[in-house]
Ligand binder design. Structure first.
Ligand SMILES: Nc1ncnc2c1ncn2[C@@H]1O[C@H](COP(=O)(O)OP(=O)(O)O)[C@@H](O)[C@H]1O
Ligand SMILES: CC(=O)N[C@@H](CCC(=O)OP(=O)(O)O)C(=O)O
Length: 302
């Protein structure tokens, strides 16, 4: 008996799924998408492998993905092993000279290497770099204001300049840049720890990316966190700006980054649940998306 008709029967839904993705793929062909993979979303090996598959899929579908990774929990664990206590102010790690060495070692030597390795299981695609490389990120000392007063949090950087040359060259060569959020100082005398959300957002704006996607360990931006798990599915830049003063902890740099990206010309910034397998593809192939989407004010009515 021939298995032809049965094979056709089972393959047809797969063909339909691919065709459903066609309008999205057509719209986004050749566009740059910056994907921030948060340390809290890197919770197990399967999730990391699925993340790598999604990114490689986007690349093969004709987009230009750029990965910016975090590693907050991994840094905290390493600092702990070195007997250094982790402290955060305004959502940012207080980074002493000694802590900075550990931050750099974990981000560039551990987390970035692991992601590059996972992506490269699919071919010679990923190239890792930090913001130090080719002057990609330059920063000055960042002093956040707490209760109206500037606070010294050590070697934490505020990005002042971005040189996208190295990343653009990699993209032109068909590679997937994987960027660690460390910046050089103007005088090259030291390096700064930059929050990975902030770095991803700044790079998205500088690259003229179409989309910034931030993968984290919650479903999106909760309207009334921690009292309710009602996710805000869509909001404009102005609506987000009004919410910013009420946000806490890790959501502060994340949502400030989304606002910066959208105000800087990025068409949409999305916060999505990185704990869900294939969350990137789910976000893309469902019209309404699965997390929180920030859009420019002029799209508020659509
Ligand atoms: N309004 C909010 N909605 C969702 N999460 C919030 C909110 N406010 C604070 N958070 C906290 O922010 C965390 C995400 O930020 P963070 O821990 O820095 O993650 P990542 O490592 O992915 O950057 C959440 O796990 C949650 O504890
Ligand atoms: C200044 C600052 O806070 N830097 C972060 C950099 C890593 C990061 O942002 O990691 P996640 O995205 O996993 O939170 C830190 O030291 O934890």
């Amino acid at each position: 008996m021939s298995s032809g008709p049965t094979r056709k029967h089972t393959a047809l839904p797969k063909a339909q799924i691919l065709i459903e993705a066609l309008p999205w793929l057509t719209r986004h062909h050749g566009k740059t998408v910056v994907i921030k993979f948060g340390g809290n979303a890197m919770i197990d090996e399967d999730l990391k492998a699925a993340f790598a598959q999604d990114v490689v899929f986007l690349r093969h579908a004709g987009l230009k993905p750029v990965v910016v990774h975090g590693g907050g929990p991994q840094i905290s664990a390493a600092l702990d092993r070195h007997g250094i206590v982790s402290e955060f102010k305004a959502g940012l790690r207080v980074t002493t000279e000694d802590a900075m060495d550990v931050v750099r070692m974990v981000l560039a030597g551990q987390v970035q290497r692991e992601l590059v390795g996972l992506l490269n299981q699919h071919g010679p695609l990923a190239v890792g770099l930090t913001g130090e490389d080719a002057h990609t990120l330059t920063a000055t000392k960042h002093q956040p204001e707490i209760d109206g007063e500037p606070v010294d949090i050590g070697r934490v950087g505020e990005i002042t300049e971005i040189d996208t040359g190295a990343i653009e060259a990699l993209l032109a060569d068909g590679r997937i840049p994987v960027v660690s959020s460390i910046a050089r100082s103007q005088d090259d005398h030291h390096v700064y720890n930059v929050n990975a959300d902030t770095a991803a957002a700044a790079l998205a704006a500088a690259l003229g990316a179409e989309t910034l996607m931030v993968l984290t360990d919650v479903e999106g931006l909760y309207e009334d966190w921690p009292n309710s798990d009602e996710v805000i599915s869509r909001l404009t830049a102005s609506e987000l700006e009004k919410l910013l003063p009420d946000l806490s902890s890790g959501m502060v740099p994340k949502m400030e980054g989304c606002l910066h990206a959208v105000r800087g010309g990025v068409t949409t910034a999305r916060v999505i649940d990185g704990r869900v397998q294939h969350s990137i593809l789910l976000e893309i192939f469902t019209d309404e998306g699965i997390g929180t989407m920030v859009v420019p004010d002029e799209q508020g009515e659509s």
